[in-house]
Design a protein. Structure first.
Length: 277
């Protein structure tokens, strides 16, 4: 058989900091990857041993920085290309989160639910990660028809798309150009369009919003706290996600001038819903 008759499948399991490993892979890989509850799956026709080495080095550096013991397990299989597409499609499970039903293009929509079409080959945010799921729950509860919404660090665009499906006008940004492109494509898949979508940070915002959502990581949420609060209307709702539970108090110190409405906890992750008085 020819070399291109085969592909490599790398399965990665990590014990902590799932989101940071996802960011590392997004920055390192020239291809997309699939997220699972335990970690990630990467498929490529190129040997993935260099990626394994990089992941192990990243885990060691993260372990030193956080003083946390991090377990990482990597395994590579060599598989026939003819099996790739079917195996990939069978591995993607549609997902219901409150009134939203997230599914790829090859699955049928569900009646009586708000359908969001996301093809995981195009993007990393599919709703399966706890931070994305809890952010969607917050959007389901707090976004109203006619609201103006800002999605900071939009990734796949799934949160902004959810808000648009509820009748909101949505602006979105991400510092990663691939994420901006993916968000645009995913909005098109759903017959929608962001009002504004740009590569860059929340510091470029010139107006205020009813709802601001940022699913990033705790350190970035502290760094951009003033930008996010400045973008929020009086009485507006701020949805902060991507926070490991042990960093919740640290993040809240930077938002002490906001009222905590509620928190959504899932596994070791916390999503904060705040209101600007």
């Amino acid at each position: 058989m020819q070399q291109d008759d085969f592909y490599y499948e790398l399965t990665v399991k990590v014990s902590h900091y799932h989101e940071l490993f996802a960011d590392f892979l997004a920055d390192t890989l020239p291809i997309g990857f699939e997220e699972s509850e335990e970690g990630f799956i990467v498929r490529s026709e190129e040997n993935l041993e260099t990626i394994v080495w990089g992941l192990e080095q990243f885990a060691q550096a993260l372990q030193k920085a956080t003083q946390t013991e991090i377990e990482i397990e990597c395994s590579i299989k060599k598989l026939q290309n003819s099996d790739w597409v079917e195996a990939y499609k069978n591995s993607i499970e549609p997902l219901q989160i409150d009134q939203f039903y997230i599914h790829p293009t090859w699955n049928e929509p569900k009646e009586n639910l708000i359908n969001i079409v996301i093809d995981p080959a195009l993007a990393f945010g599919t709703g399966h990660h706890p931070t994305t799921a809890s952010s969607l729950r917050a959007i389901s509860n707090y976004v109203q028809k006619g609201d103006e919404v800002l999605d900071v660090g939009c990734g796949s665009g799934i949160l902004g798309i959810g808000a648009m499906k509820l009748g909101a006008e949505v602006d979105a940004c991400d510092t990663d150009p691939i994420s901006v492109e993916n968000a645009y494509k995913n909005a098109q898949l759903n017959g929608l369009e962001f009002r504004k979508l740009w590569e860059g940070s929340s510091s470029m915002v010139t107006q205020q919003y009813d709802v601001v959502v940022a699913n990033i990581v705790a350190d970035v949420l502290t760094f951009i706290a003033n930008d996010l609060k400045k973008a929020l209307k009086d009485g507006g709702v701020l949805i902060l996600s991507g926070i490991l539970d042990k960093y919740q108090d640290k993040v809240l110190r930077y938002y002490s001038d906001c009222q905590v409405v509620t928190t959504i906890a899932q596994d070791e992750w916390v999503t904060l819903i705040l209101k600007r008085e």
